[in-house]
Design a protein around this ligand. Structure first.
Ligand SMILES: [Zn+2]
Length: 83
């Protein structure tokens, strides 16, 4: 059965309410895995761009406007978060 993304609301709210610097990423480019806190971050560009400390690929970017946050995870193969 296919349902829409509203079914994920509860789980996503819990996941993104955790302390994200304690989360671990896996780089989509080189598969390096480490804590978010180890990413190499450049700001403002107009938001933050976080690069893998191993290969330099962009792992994630975050742009904040007055009304929205745009989080791009294209370079992230996986996020692992404590709950
Ligand atoms: Zn990498």
């Amino acid at each position: 059965m296919e349902i829409d993304g509203n079914a994920l609301a509860g789980d996503l709210a819990e996941v993104f309410a955790v302390e994200m610097t304690a989360a671990r990423f896996t780089c989509a480019g080189c598969r390096h895995a480490d804590a978010i806190a180890t990413l190499r971050v450049w700001t403002p560009v107009p938001g933050a761009v976080a690069r893998c400390p191993n290969c330099g690929d962009v792992v994630l970017s975050l742009v904040r406007t007055p009304t929205r946050v745009f989080l791009t995870l294209t370079g992230t193969a996986r996020l692992e978060m404590p709950v």
